[in-house]
Write a protein that binds this ligand. Structure first.
Ligand code: ZN
Length: 289
């Protein structure tokens, strides 16, 4: 457990003012372990620091954008210490609910907020699965461009957990659709996500790159400071709509659920690993047929 992948888990490239950050654990559908989280943070910092970079594109290597948090690959590393991006202390070795609470303040809630506030425009280029923790990565981006085969889901209610740690659901979708999305845990197609206003464009898979980089290059012609201020203005408006405090409350409920799970089943995820989640998803889809 906790094997470090030796090749890069995040790739970085900057061409013509556009930085591309690629999640690269394709054999695990880019399941996000801590190694990848910190590599993403480093790549985004590098893009922010580079005066030549105007716009950032976040994408996934392989068949899918992201299968979510790593809950079962050989590279799962939740017991590992990393150089942290916040002043939260190390979660490793902490007792009871403190272990996960401290870890998730840093790597999920804290890191997502940090990325969302990066003062350059970011675009998530989504194909295939964008599930649970994967949603958080797409949602922190300013724009989402999806291919027509992309789908979105947050199935964690099945684990007794009220949505992923970065609880943006009622801001990304209207509240009634957010409830449906969570209660059923079903896949939302790119087309429906577009209709709901969660996605900016849906294009055929073969046109995804062209469309995304076309938009990136048009944004890149705008003045840097104008873009930064515009982003801050919109993000701040969301804060005034309560996003930050709503998310803080949801994070508390999320952690009550982790601890409750541990009390009744001995496992913070209610006994679900990646395989059990995939299995339950399949049987649910069979029922629906
Ligand atoms: Zn959690």
């Amino acid at each position: 457990m906790g094997e470090q992948q030796t090749e890069a888990v995040v790739l970085y490239e900057a061409v013509d003012g556009v930085a591309t950050v690629t999640m690269s654990r394709p054999e695990y559908h880019n399941a996000q372990n801590s190694q990848m989280t910190y590599a993403l943070d480093a790549a985004l910092k590098r893009a922010s620091d580079d005066d030549e970079v105007k716009v950032i594109v976040l994408r996934g290597a392989g068949k899918h954008f992201s299968a979510g948090h790593d809950i079962g690959t050989p590279g799962r590393d939740i017991n590992k210490t990393f150089d942290r991006a916040s002043l939260w202390y190390d979660h490793v070795g902490k007792p009871g609910g403190e272990f996960l609470y401290v870890r998730e303040q840093e790597v999920y809630l804290g890191m997502c907020r940090r990325w969302r506030d990066l003062p350059k425009p970011t675009i998530a280029m989504v194909h295939g699965a964008c599930v649970a923790g994967g949603l958080m990565l797409a949602w922190v981006c300013d724009l989402i461009i999806a291919s027509d085969d992309a789908f979105f889901s947050d199935p964690v209610v099945r684990m007794g957990i009220p949505g992923v740690e970065y609880f943006a659901h009622p801001y990304e979708l209207n509240p009634r659709i957010a409830k449906e999305f969570l209660f059923l845990g079903e896949r939302m197609s790119a087309e429906r996500a577009y209709q709901m206003g969660m996605v900016n464009r849906v294009v055929p898979r073969e046109e995804l790159e062209k469309e995304t980089y076309g938009i990136a290059s048009r944004i890149g012609k705008m003045p840097r400071m104008g873009l930064a201020l515009t982003k801050q203005a919109v993000n701040h408006s969301e804060e005034l709509m309560g996003k930050r405090s709503a998310m803080d409350a949801a994070f508390g409920w999320h952690h009550f659920a982790h601890v409750h799970n541990e009390l009744i089943s001995g496992d913070k995820l209610g006994g679900f690993d990646a395989k059990a989640m995939a299995q339950s998803q399949r049987s649910k889809e069979d029922e629906a047929k």
